[in-house]
Design a protein around this ligand. Structure first.
Ligand code: NDP
Length: 294
């Protein structure tokens, strides 16, 4: 067994629906961390090395090593290890597999992504640009919009301040959208679906607008645009590609090291501020990945 201490912890939207569904009061909050090995009686793990673990919101924990993920051997010393919880971790892989395997993007296509300045969305946009697409992103503040333009989005707007979401989407891409990477769901998705091109693909990645609703919402319903535009809409969970994790991480690490994918983190200091960081992320305070540094 090994004794580990958390160095960086992740706060992610999935914690909201999963904890509501699976946890009871008194359980350890679910979550992942980058941890340092403090003591080891396991020859596969040396003291001082860093790993990615799924041990929940804890400063220290014991593991038999089976659930730990080593850092890639070519991880540069200068690269923050916290990126293993973001761009070069689960959120980056979500963008990678969602775009490649669900949207099946092709060069020249137009891709729409919402919650675009966040951990997943910011990688979606940059990978779509690498793939030769036009990218439209929207986010909830003018600072986020400026960030999206800085990292190469072709069009970006603040969905909270536009007078009409429908018009803003139409202005950003008058021909419509081939792919829609949906992190938000709800009203946004029901408006955006009407601007999909024929045979468009919608990757249903997240529904953050719905994670806190207590009363189920009603339509508008999607069947009519789905039929007339012959759309494909597919939900996915990134762990479906667990067997290709290494491939995805290798590609993401390479792009980050080459400077082709830029990373931003919103770091909250102090383990005691985990709840504040979590709530802040759900309220949209983060640009890039929301991280807690112990
Ligand atoms: P982000 O870093 O994007 O942080 C969440 C962001 O969501 C906030 O910053 C905020 O940005 C936005 N947001 C919050 N509430 C609302 C709302 N009511 N309407 C619109 N936007 C809102 O988080 P992640 O990148 O980690 O996750 C993004 C999405 O991807 C989530 O839905 C998550 O559940 C999903 N996901 C799915 C995975 C899968 O396997 N399917 C894996 C990982 C994530 P803003 O200021 O722009 O509103």
């Amino acid at each position: 067994e090994l004794l580990l201490e958390s160095v960086f912890l992740s706060v992610d939207p999935y914690m909201r629906p999963y904890s509501q569904r699976d946890m009871k009061e008194g359980d350890i909050m679910i979550g992942t961390q980058v941890a340092r090995i403090v003591e080891s009686k396991n020859p596969a793990f040396t003291v001082g090395a860093f790993v990615v673990a799924r041990s929940g919101w804890r400063t220290h924990f014991i593991s038999d090593g089976k659930d730990l993920q080593h850092f890639p051997s070519n991880w540069p010393e200068s690269l923050p290890k916290s990126l293993a919880l973001g761009t070069v971790g689960m959120p980056g892989l979500t963008a990678y597999f969602g775009l490649l395997e669900v949207c099946k993007v092709k060069p020249g296509e137009t891709v729409l992504v919402n919650a675009a300045a966040g951990a997943v969305g910011s990688v979606v946009g940059q990978l779509a640009k690498i793939g030769g697409c036009k990218v439209v992103g929207c986010a909830g503040s003018d600072d986020k919009v400026a960030y999206l333009k800085k990292i190469g989005f072709d069009e970006a707007f603040n969905y909270k301040t536009v007078t009409s979401l429908d018009e803003a989407l139409r202005k950003a891409s008058p021909d419509g959208y081939d792919c829609f990477f949906d992190n938000v769901g709800g009203e946004f998705a029901s408006i955006a679906i009407n601007q999909m091109k024929k045979y468009g693909r919608i990757a249903v990645c997240g529904a953050i607008s719905q994670y806190n609703v207590s009363v189920p919402q009603k339509g508008p319903y999607m069947q009519v645009p789905m039929i007339f535009q012959e759309l494909q809409m597919k939900g996915f969970i990134v762990t479906r590609w667990n067997n290709r994790w290494e491939e995805g991480l290798k590609a993401l690490l390479k792009w980050v090291v080459e400077g082709k994918v830029k990373c931003h983190e919103h770091v909250t200091e102090g383990f005691e501020n985990m709840p504040t960081a979590f709530i802040g992320m759900l309220k949209g305070e983060n640009i890039g990945k929301a991280i807690v540094k112990v």
